[in-house]
Design a protein around this ligand. Structure first.
Ligand SMILES: [Zn+2]
Length: 493
């Protein structure tokens, strides 16, 4: 790999709101933490977009040659309904409704999450820690926060003292919130009989007697606050300060703001050097949410079994559609956009197959060196996958022109194109050949040949109505038959 490819890699640090050159603290090692799912229901497509964004980051870092330790957690306790400090645990509530053990809920939806990640070809993290597996670390962290004067116990619960922390440290830096404004704007009074300030948040909660998920602690039986697990697990596996922390935009406040405060209060160190946030997925211009009725599941998307979908779309079509938008921009989901992505992906995959068959002629490089440079430059510019994909389509035009004999390029240029397309399409974008998109699919080829034989048989019997019907039915499926001197061949419409 040339120096050029290696970098520099620039990312938008949401903490400083600036595009900064990414320099790991201990190259070639990179520590990456991403907030994972709360496993109490099926993931919806908005979640898939977030994990695809950080999959692209992970893949790009690996492609640049870094050794990445990627930690993505599973939240299996402590995340309360409404994301607040009072009320029922999301998992316990689901367990009650489905009449299952909380851990059955956790297993069921963790399995489902993994299935979805595999469907969209999202790579597994290096470590996938669970909150319930790290209670000792979390209790220790609460102790350190109390010891340093930033936490207090009240009636078996422990709260983080935000005003006290804000006296010496920046609170609200990541989300751009000011403590005075937060004070005047905070209306929620949950837990106010115990909290000293409405800004304080629970780092340990006392469990009532009927609570299903609880553990012993120095403050009695209880469970950890939701923000605590990420602080405890990220620093356990990546060190007190690590390179990159990612998550969805909606987690910036309070979740990530609280993570920063907890780490500084417990260990005196800001935990993260580069914060990255992925933007939302909207549907026909509206935010995707279960309450809006537009939060369809990946399964509904693939089968087309949802009132907002004209038909089903393949997982790779959806992945490609997502990667055609920059991660920091909102992405609007519509049937028209999906169908355009589907066509684009087919053209791209056809070129991936065509490039293998190109014959060299002469020594012209066809602009492939610059093309390669532009692809790397786009990805090094804050993971600009839409620009990189647009560059690949320049390459598709070149590949098709060479294949049609309109342009001649040399052996080196062909090798460069092969390598570039393989690296960008499969390794970096993480796209896969799907049966429906694979131009050289042998099973499909075999199937179409059966139809061609049936049509030939019909013609031989002078049953032209039947032979035309077979041709038209194949055409409706996007397969065009061509009668030549050598016999009948087929290609995609
Ligand atoms: Zn988190």
């Amino acid at each position: 790999m040339s120096e050029l490819k290696k970098g520099p890699f620039w990312i938008t640090n949401t903490l400083t709101r600036k595009k900064e050159e990414f320099i790991p603290q201990a190259p070639p090692h990179v520590g990456l933490y991403v907030c994972g799912p709360t496993v109490y229901s099926d993931v919806h497509l908005g979640n898939v977009r977030t994990f695809t964004t950080f999959d692209l980051l992970y893949r790009w870092l690996l492609h640049l040659g870094y050794k990445v330790r990627y930690v993505r957690n599973i939240t299996d306790v402590g995340h309360l309904v409404g994301d607040i400090d009072e009320g029922e645990d999301k998992i316990a509530k689901r367990a009650r409704l489905e009449q299952l053990e909380p851990m059955e809920i956790v297993q069921k939806y963790t399995n489902g999450f993994h299935d979805v990640m595999r469907l969209f070809n999202v790579l597994s993290p290096s470590i996938e820690p669970t909150a319930t597996g790290h209670l000792i670390e979390q209790i220790d962290m609460v102790k350190r926060i109390i010891d340093h004067g930033y936490g207090y116990e009240a009636n078996g619960s422990v709260y983080f003292d935000v005003p006290k922390f804000a006296e010496k440290h920046a609170y609200g830096e990541l989300s751009g919130r000011k403590i005075d404004e937060l004070m005047t704007n905070t209306r929620d009074t949950e837990g106010m009989d115990e909290k000293r300030s409405p800004l304080d948040f629970a780092i340990w909660k006392k469990a009532d007697p009927i609570h299903l998920m609880k553990w012993p602690s120095p403050w009695g039986e209880g469970f950890p606050g939701w923000h605590l697990e990420c602080s405890a697990m990220s620093t356990k596996y990546l060190g007190l300060t690590f390179d990159i922390h990612g998550g969805g935009m909606d987690l910036k406040f309070p979740h990530h703001e609280c993570e920063i405060a907890q780490s500084i209060a417990a260990d005196g160190q800001a935990p993260v050097r580069y914060w990255m946030h992925g933007n939302m997925l909207t549907v026909n211009g509206r935010k995707m949410a279960k309450s809006e009725g537009n939060g369809f599941t990946p399964e509904e998307l693939v089968t087309g079994n949802h009132k907002l979908l004209d038909r089903g779309y393949s997982p790779m079509t959806v992945r490609f559609f997502m990667l055609q938008c920059h991660y920091a921009s909102t992405l609007d989901f519509s049937n028209a956009a999906l169908q355009a992505a589907e066509k684009g992906l087919e053209r791209l995959m056809a070129a991936v197959n065509t490039v293998q068959k190109l014959k060299p002629s002469g020594s012209d490089d066809g602009g492939t060196v610059e093309l390669e440079q532009r692809c790397y430059a786009a990805m090094n510019d804050d993971l600009n996958s839409p620009v990189m994909i647009a560059e690949l389509f320049e390459g598709v035009r070149l590949i098709n022109s060479v294949n049609d004999g309109k342009i001649a390029i040399g052996e080196g240029a062909i090798a460069r194109l092969k390598h570039l397309f393989h690296a960008m399409v499969f390794e970096v974008l993480g796209l896969q050949q799907e049966t429906a998109a694979a131009g050289d699919d042998t099973a499909l080829d075999g199937l179409v040949k059966v139809f061609i034989q049936m049509r030939a048989d019909a013609k031989a019997k002078k049953d032209f109505a039947a032979s035309d019907r077979l041709r038209d039915q194949l055409l409706a499926l996007g397969i065009v038959l061509k009668d030549t001197k050598e016999g009948t061949t087929w290609e995609r419409a």
